[in-house]
Design a protein around this ligand. Structure first.
Ligand code: ADP
Ligand code: F6P
Length: 320
């Protein structure tokens, strides 16, 4: 393998820059030419590809976002559009590709392998932590810590005013951000798409706890679990207690990656180049029990929930 390209795709995540850096530096260390593709598959199709040197990733390790930029490219499901991407790679003489993104990005990678025999390595980079084959994705830990910051601040003001706080966090299909931030932030209720919940019961409990002197409660809602305003209105009506809604939004997707995400980025980026150097089959890279693992893309994109029910139960036991 002489020439490899790297791209970031889908929603950005803290640690993507650190991961590109790891890819670039490991490639150069192995005398492999390394290229950066701008704006994910959209840029690949247009041939937005430039050579990266060791200095191109200087002063990047601590920066959130992705300096290669990212994009959604819905047209990429079309095999003729994929063909244009393959032609762009061949015009640059590139014989291996590293994609950093979530399950959509991996579906695109799988198509490039299955339809055109391109060798692709996938690195999980998304704050949602919604890939079941890996314990963690790059960006998740930092995002959860940002949510924790928000919970701490909300606690202060909600407590002063005897209010209930409903904080919406990201996670369209996966409640991991809500779950981890909820446990670490001591939330009373964690509402996730994976587990059904009963608003009547929550309203009853809030009212009961209020009468017992607990005048402030914290509810963390994963965006995929329901409409924040409707849930708050139902709880207000049924409990008679003021529920204030905060949507943390895109703030949780930015920011300097923390130690865990930088280490994960370093290990994954290094592994991707090692696999390509050794002419391995296309694989998605992940982490299980703190060991770097690889699986075929077929397995990586399977929708199997890895939701941690034990941690979910702990959240509720500790919130009494
Ligand atoms: P993520 O990678 O974070 O899940 P998306 O779901 O937006 O983010 O996917 C990123 C990109 O991957 C899409 O914009 C599209 O270009 C590509 N992609 C997604 N699904 C497919 C698919 N089924 N086949 C081919 N490419 C896909
Ligand atoms: O990065 C994943 C994610 O954060 C989802 O949780 C969220 O719904 C989505 O991206 C929103 O991103 P965008 O508005 O950029 O499509």
């Amino acid at each position: 393998m002489q020439r490899i390209a790297v791209l970031t795709s889908g929603g950005d995540a803290p640690g993507m820059n650190a991961c590109i850096r790891a890819v670039v530096r490991t490639a150069l260390n192995n005398n492999i030419d390394i290229y950066g593709v701008e704006r994910g598959y959209a840029g690949l199709v247009k041939g937005e590809i430039t050579r990266l040197g060791t200095r191109s990733v200087s002063d990047m390790i601590h920066k959130g976002g992705t300096f290669l930029k990212t994009a959604r490219c819905p047209e990429f499901i079309d095999v003729e559009v994929q063909r244009q991407a393959v032609e762009a790679l061949s015009a640059f003489g590139i014989d291996g590709l590293i994609v950093i993104g979530g399950d959509g990005t991996f579906r695109g990678a799988k198509d490039l392998c299955d339809n055109f025999g391109i060798k692709v390595m996938g690195i999980p980079g998304t704050i949602d932590n919604d890939l079941s084959y890996t314990d963690f994705t790059v960006g998740f830990d930092t995002a959860v810590n940002s949510v924790l910051w928000a919970i701490n601040n909300l606690r202060d003001t909600m407590h002063s005013h005897d209010r209930v706080s409903l904080l919406e966090v990201m996670g369209r299909h996966c409640g991991d951000i809500a779950l981890y931030a909820g446990v670490a932030g001591g939330a009373e209720y964690v509402l996730v798409p994976e587990i059904p919940f009963d608003l009547d019961e929550i309203a009853r409990k809030i009212k009961k706890s209020y009468l017992r002197g607990k005048t402030s409660n914290m509810i963390i809602l994963a965006e995929g679990a329901g409409n924040r305003d409707e849930i708050a209105e139902t709880l207000r009506t049924k409990s008679g207690i003021n529920v204030k809604v905060t949507n943390f939004g895109y703030i949780q997707r930015g920011g300097s990656p923390n130690m865990n995400d930088r280490i994960l980025a370093a290990r994954f980026g290094y592994k991707a180049i090692e696999l390509l150097k050794n002419n391995s089959e296309s694989r998605a890279i992940g982490i299980k029990d703190n060991k770097v693992i690889t699986v075929p893309f077929d397995e990586a994109v399977k929708h199997v929930s890895k939701f941690d029910k034990e941690l979910y139960n702990i959240a509720h036991i500790l919130s009494l």
